[in-house]
Design a protein around this ligand. Structure first.
Ligand code: MN
Length: 236
């Protein structure tokens, strides 16, 4: 069976001493999930986004810090907004290049927010200040309601529990995207595109894959298998 080559975005640090190099990293939770689902994970290095979109079969945008608010037409709300301009400057052209190539794109947490902003959507900069909800605790689990007709609903049912470690959240979805799962407070926790192979989750399914975590939380491997299936469908 065809094993698609999946590009994974990486996070980078900000070297404190001038002249030191930036170090890139990616949690193996993502690479394990992609490999288990039948793909070959490859880490990107903040270079040549258009060439990556031509070489790889699909893009997985990984989690990380906040997006620069000016990218969706706002100024920084407060000091909790923690940005990485180098990563923003790489990932937005990257997602646009994969979209232009018509290749599948999946975003997780920050990655879902990157897809939304790249396609014209907006974010809540600080969920706690703007809506009064805290969704950024590693121990936190909350239920979501998966919408009828969605991939999540088909794979995992109507109601299940997910992790939640996000500081920002989707405010207005970009044209073409529709919400496929909501938190109990109505926060968008997942989306799909109306017609293109694009999906995003605000939660972290890669940390809930191939492990028996806790009650009401499914094993999310089938979501990654769905993503790999989109790549196989394109190869025909
Ligand atoms: Mn959440």
């Amino acid at each position: 069976m065809f094993r698609p080559f999946i590009a994974l975005s990486t996070s980078g640090n900000s070297p404190e001493k001038p002249g030191n190099y930036r170090t890139l990293e990616c949690s193996t939770a993502y690479t394990h999930a992609i490999a288990l689902a039948g793909g070959i994970p490859g880490l990107l290095c903040e270079e040549a986004p258009e060439a990556a979109a031509s070489l790889y079969d699909a893009l997985l945008l990984t989690g990380g810090g906040d997006l620069e608010p000016s990218l969706f037409g706002e100024t920084k709300l407060n000091d909790t907004v923690s940005i990485d301009p180098i990563r923003d400057a790489f990932e937005l052209p990257l997602v646009r290049a994969f979209l232009a190539a018509g290749k599948p794109v999946m975003g997780i947490c920050r990655g879902a927010q990157v897809i939304n902003v790249a396609m014209g959507g907006t974010l809540y900069q600080d969920l706690r200040e703007q809506l009064g909800f805290v969704h950024s605790d590693m121990r936190l689990r909350h239920f979501v309601n998966a919408q009828e007709g969605s991939v999540l609903r088909r794979l995992f049912g109507e109601r299940f529990r997910v992790n939640s470690t996000h500081h920002q959240a989707i405010r207005d979805l970009a044209p073409g995207l529709h919400a496929t799962a909501y938190s109990p407070e109505g926060i968008v926790e997942a989306f799909e595109h109306d017609s293109l192979p694009i999906l995003g989750t605000q939660f972290h399914p890669e940390r809930l894959t191939a492990r028996e975590d806790e009650p009401f939380t499914p094993d999310f491997l089938p979501l990654f298998e769905h993503f790999i299936g989109l790549c196989r469908a394109q190869k025909g």
